[in-house]
Design a protein around this ligand. Structure first.
Ligand code: FAD
Ligand code: DLZ
Ligand code: SF4
Length: 534
């Protein structure tokens, strides 16, 4: 291992966080390699602020260690603090303070944090440390905070579709030379939303066998984070840029053409289908959003993929991902505490164990446990929809979604959970709650046929619990929802049912809710600590 000599002349210290593993990072741009020390820190605080899935910690630490090796090979001096280093202070601030002591830099340069929580910490550094501290915008995102604020200014509703069109125009992605959307339309969603088909045969997603670095990290995770949720093995996520590019390449060549049509389909035993599986690499910096959009557009231009799939994929990244990030920064810190529908039920234990007779939920928890992943519709319309209509406390749901997915960072998890899924923000993000009965899940999946519950049955012990829960949700939130122009009309259907039928729905829902076992708090220790701190 290379030893690091104390700098003779004042160097620049560049801390790089675990989700900033990108070659072109703003903090490195313009730095002289001979006068720069890159500081990377594995710290207890980051690994435990929620009890992350074991594969997420493995992914981040392994990707950090690989990135450090690549930086060294490229001629940078990297000071890497391992989690088990004897003097590790356990916090980012503590490790930067120690780094400053070791290297006596003239300046610290860091790219702003992805999460509000960490940004609050970093913003204290200029007062805490004697040297200059520069906090730089994260220009790996395609829309800056300032640009998003300007777009949002004065708008009553922040409609993603309008933001997305602006982004298309600003970047020129999927646009013709005369400024029109390629193909003539902005959005091809109407051509997507196919249910699964028996013969759709999705090709296998590449998995990467752990090398010596990853295996060492796995041993560390087993020893130090053994009580965290999730299976440690098999682990196959990309941990280097080369692997991430190989995985993305396989998507573009083999699966993207059918990404659009089967985007919303769900199949028992699968969390990938024709999805790209790029979120873990994108969010920690191994892949760049612009390069993915350009690659998708090239596939369309060269005739390798149809426009509905290409536009659908680009909309997720250029539209949803950027919009979600802008929305997060616009509404933090309040977003984390929103609970407009007054939902206070504890998260059920089966979210951690998967032990439920509801086949859809059991399968989504299974893939979450095994792969630290579930695809969008599984997150939104099965796991999320259940939490919405069962009235689960938004903070408990947020903690769960933040802990269990390898791609989870608060900036992307929180708006998706609080805004898109739970309507806890009262409709700032979504124009209506995505509440659905079992019918939707049955239409878009193969879950229901072998379920112990009967999806066609509306009430009673054997009825699909999503059916009575849907009406229980509508009835108890009538005041908040009846004025909503997209959902308000549903109440006339409810009123037409008559008292006896309504009572049957409400009794079935309440009997089901009464049987739910609340989660053992130790699964998400941090939620308890957060409460204690408040
Ligand atoms: P694909 O379906 O192939 O989509 C391509 C890419 O588009 C994704 O990798 C992602 O970068 C982007 N994207 C798609 N939808 C969204 C979205 N709604 N918000 C932001 N980006 C999007 N995504 C995360 O990256 N981290 C999270 O913590 C996260 N939590 C979520 C929680 C809930 C309740 C919901 C409903 C969605 C959440 N998502 C999150 C969005 C989405 O589910 C994942 O990005 C996606 O499942 C990742 O798999 P993929 O890479 O195969 O995505
Ligand atoms: C997710 C994560 C984990 C598990 N561990 C670390 C770590 O030890 N050191 C680090 O720099 N970053 C880690 N990360 C990623 C950070 O949590 C991420 O940078 C923050 O969410 C801020 O955006
Ligand atoms: Fe899920 Fe209901 Fe279908 Fe069972 S019947 S798989 S609980 S939607």
């Amino acid at each position: 291992m290379r030893t690091i000599s104390m700098a003779q002349t004042a160097c620049t210290l560049v801390p790089i966080l675990g989700d900033q593993l990108s070659n072109g990072l703003a903090s490195l741009r313009g730095c002289d390699k001979a006068e720069t020390i890159v500081l990377m820190m594995e710290v207890w605080d980051e690994a435990t602020y929620v009890k992350h899935h074991k594969q997420k910690i493995t992914l981040i630490f392994s990707a950090m260690r690989h990135f450090a090796e690549e930086m060294r090979a490229a001629g940078w001096t990297v000071d890497y603090v391992h989690l088990d280093a004897p003097d590790n202070s356990g916090s980012l601030t503590g490790e930067v303070a120690r780094g400053i002591e070791r290297h006596q830099p003239g300046a610290v340069r860091i790219v702003e944090a992805g999460e509000w929580r960490v940004q609050q910490v970093i913003e204290q550094w200029p007062d805490k440390f004697a040297c200059d501290v520069a906090i730089l915008p994260d220009d790996r995102f395609l829309c800056s905070h300032v640009q998003f604020q300007a777009w949002a200014e004065g708008r009553k509703q922040l409609t993603m579709e309008l933001f997305y069109r602006e982004m298309r125009k600003r970047t020129g992605i999927l646009m013709t030379a005369d400024g029109k959307p390629k193909g003539g339309e902005w959005n091809y969603d109407k051509d997507n939303r196919e249910p699964p088909k028996a013969d759709m045969n999705p090709p296998k997603v590449p998995k990467f066998a752990p090398d010596a670095i990853t295996r060492e990290v796995q041993d560390l995770v087993a020893a130090r984070f053994g009580d965290h949720f999730g299976d440690l093995e098999p682990f196959g996520w990309p941990v280097t840029r080369a692997q991430a590019l190989e995985a993305a390449d396989a998507f573009f060549r083999q699966r993207m053409a059918k990404f659009g049509p089967y985007q919303d389909a769900m199949v028992h035993g699968s969390d990938d289908l024709f999805h790209s599986m790029v979120s873990t690499s994108l969010n920690c910096g191994l892949l760049d959003p612009l390069e993915l959009c350009e690659r998708a557009e090239k596939a369309f231009d060269e005739g390798h993929a149809p426009l509905n799939s290409v536009e659908g994929f680009i909309r997720q990244i250029l539209g949803w991902r950027e919009y979600i990030r802008g929305f997060y920064w616009l509404h933090m810190p309040g977003l984390a505490h929103d609970n407009v529908l007054n939902a206070h039920r504890p998260l059920p234990e089966f979210f951690w164990t998967g032990e439920t007779d509801m086949r859809c939920l059991a399968d989504c928890v299974r893939s979450t446990r095994e792969d630290a992943h579930a695809h969008h519709i599984q997150r939104l319309m099965v796991l999320g929809n259940f939490c919405l209509i069962a009235g689960i406390d938004p903070q408990a749901v947020q903690d769960w979604f933040l802990a269990v997915y390898a791609d989870a960072y608060e900036w992307v998890e929180l708006p998706n959970v609080s805004g898109m899924t739970l309507y806890a923000d009262g409709g700032k993000l979504a124009t209506k709650p995505y509440a659905a009965s079992g019918n939707y899940i049955n239409k878009m999946s193969d879950y229901c046929k072998k379920c112990r519950y009967k999806v066609a049955q509306k009430t009673g012990e054997d009825s699909c619990p999503f059916n009575p829960l849907y009406w229980h949700f509508m009835d108890r939130n009538r005041e908040a929802l009846s004025k909503n122009h997209r959902i308000g009309r549903i109440f006339s259907t409810w009123d037409r049912m008559g008292e006896e039928k309504q009572r049957a729905y409400l009794d079935s829902a309440e009997a089901f809710l009464d049987r739910l076992e609340p989660a053992n708090p130790s699964w998400a220790r941090v939620a308890i600590e957060r409460e204690a701190a408040e």
